[in-house]
Write a protein that binds this ligand. Structure first.
Ligand code: ZN
Ligand code: ZN
Length: 412
């Protein structure tokens, strides 16, 4: 028996007035999800714990059976792994923005006009960087999408106990980075990072790509501003832990990074945008191909769009996207044989909050052998009455492994 955890990112919500005080999922027409709910077991889930507002990263770490309070040291390591940098335990990793500063080193655009050019030529120059006095530290950059990039510092006596460089607003220079404890390692890392930021400006200022952007009246990507520092953690291999062969199908680097840390294989989705306009036809074909034609037996799937609509406070868009997933993705998922499918979310992103909230999310398990309860619709309200009651994200792998008949008896 195979297994799949299908996460609809940010799916959970609260009643929305313009939807007649229903949640977008409640209001949406979702015949396929409802059919699965009717023939499955339902409940609600706190991905971390009741009242804890999860990030997408910490929620996925918990759903994969890890303790986010141990594994999660910051966003940097997961972003870096997500773009394919080969991070090692002990590295210090950051996510970065290409930003624009003026001649006085004042930030005039935090995202460099949301640069659409290929930034790999900028990264190539940045990767030649060495900082005087820190020749023993490897400084590695890699581009991500748009204005995003990552930075990894590798060397001895480094620390992630430092403050952020991102001023968060324009009109100010990048923040000076400070150690947040008295260790020499933190002091060293903070000093190094301040120098890296200044040096990035020297390297990027007159780069041909930036000179041509200035000529075209576009903000140059002339400085790197790191944030989200984290010490690269040691993560137990998911495949060894559960005796499985797992793969991840996701649209965002952050989730892919977490899957890489867990030792999962990554299956690309061609042309995905991580947004409501993502190509769901390609998405479902990718899932079906992976389930039917590979020897993987556990899949983590993340579809991102609904979270974005939640952050934008766009109820209608969120509801329409849910309907689109139901029609294109779940019409096919519901037909799969010999697989246990979990459908849930990593957290709620309520229209009224425009950010993640701690409201528990609906969860449904569908497949051969599950106890079928009385719930007939998949949503935040109906699911509460189901046989799973209220579970935690960290219980999910155990529950799924047992339904896949992949667990051993505890005791005699
Ligand atoms: Zn999320
Ligand atoms: Zn979000």
């Amino acid at each position: 028996m195979k297994g799949m955890i299908l996460v609809i990112d940010g799916l959970g919500d609260r009643p929305v007035e313009e939807l007649g005080n229903k949640t977008p999922l409640q209001k949406a027409n979702t015949p396929n999800l409802d059919k699965m709910a009717e023939n499955g077991i339902n409940g609600i889930m706190d991905s971390i714990a009741p009242g804890v507002r999860p990030g997408s990263d910490t929620a996925h770490i918990a759903i994969l059976g890890y303790d986010p309070y141990v594994v999660y040291t910051g966003r940097g390591p997961f972003e870096a792994a997500g773009v394919g940098l080969d991070v090692k335990v002990g590295d210090i990793a950051f996510r970065c923005n290409f930003s624009t500063v003026d001649d006085d080193f004042i930030v005039t655009d935090r995202r460099a006009g949301r640069i659409k050019d290929d930034t790999s030529s900028l990264i190539e120059e940045l990767n030649k960087m060495t900082i005087k006095g820190y020749e023993d530290v490897e400084i590695m950059f890699k581009e991500s999408t748009g204005h995003r990039a990552v930075l990894v510092l590798r060397g001895i006596n480094l620390s992630d106990q430092i403050t952020d460089a991102d001023p968060k607003i324009v009109g100010k220079p990048p923040k000076t980075v400070y150690p947040i404890n008295n260790s020499i390692n933190a002091e060293k890392t903070a000093d190094l990072l301040n120098k890296v930021i200044k040096e990035s400006y020297k390297i990027l200022k007159n780069h041909p790509l930036n000179l041509s952007r200035i000529k075209n009246n576009e903000p140059p990507a002339n400085v790197i501003i790191p944030r989200g520092v984290g010490l690269v953690p040691e993560v137990e291999d998911l495949n060894k832990k559960y005796g499985i062969n797992s793969a991840c199908i996701a649209e965002t680097g952050l989730i892919i990074g977490i899957a890489r840390f867990a030792g999962m294989d990554i299956i690309d989705v061609e042309g995905s945008t991580g947004s409501v306009d993502t190509n769901l036809d390609v998405f479902i074909d990718t899932i079906l191909n992976a389930v039917n034609n590979t020897d993987h037996d556990l899949f983590l799937v993340n579809i991102k769009g609904a979270d974005e609509s939640g952050h934008d406070g766009n109820a209608e868009e969120k509801m329409r996207f849910i309907e689109k997933i139901d029609e294109i993705v779940f019409s096919k998922i519901s037909q799969l044989q010999e697989i246990v499918t979990v459908v849930t979310a990593d957290h709620s992103t309520p229209i009224s909050v425009k950010d993640h909230s701690a409201d528990p999310v609906p969860i449904m398990i569908y497949g051969e052998g599950v106890r079928v309860d009385d719930v007939k619709r998949f949503n935040e309200i109906d699911s509460v009455k189901g046989g799973l009651l209220r579970v935690k994200g960290s219980d999910l792998m155990n529950i799924l492994m047992d339904l896949m008949d992949n667990t051993h008896k505890f005791g005699a």
